[in-house]
Design a protein around this ligand. Structure first.
Ligand SMILES: [Cu+2]
Length: 123
């Protein structure tokens, strides 16, 4: 006699924002020595507020570079000459790409927002 209620499963899309890891300091140009940095060769590009940080990054040939997108919008890191391309990095996500083996300057953009630009230098 009891009506059986079938509850539709809710497909709740949870947006997991992996933010607030270690960006606590004020945005300054100070470069203090990291007290606990076992990997000085780690290279990182942070995307925040539709800007690549740092705007000029120098790495070694073939070095692995981590891209962290702190925006809620998807971005890419795409070399103008296509020598590297992270493809789409969703908001809050990260990606890794390998620096070119050939030394030189590699301007890159976000193909979604082409006014975003910066330069990777390989030396
Ligand atoms: Cu973008």
């Amino acid at each position: 006699m009891t009506a059986v209620r079938l509850r539709a499963a809710l497909g709740a899309a949870l947006l997991t924002l992996a933010l607030g890891a270690c960006s606590s300091g004020p945005a300054g140009s100070r470069t203090s020595a990291a007290p606990s940095g076992p990997a000085p060769s780690e290279a990182r590009i942070t995307i925040k507020d539709f800007q690549f940080q740092p705007a000029h990054l120098t790495v070694h040939p073939g070095q692995s570079i981590t891209v962290v997108n702190e925006d809620s919008t998807a971005h890419t890191v795409t070399a103008s000459d296509k020598s590297f391309d992270t493809k789409t990095v969703n908001g809050g996500a990260s990606a890794t790409f390998t620096a070119p083996e050939k030394a030189g300057g590699y301007p890159y953009i976000c193909t979604i927002h082409q006014y975003m630009h910066a330069t990777l230098t390989v030396s």
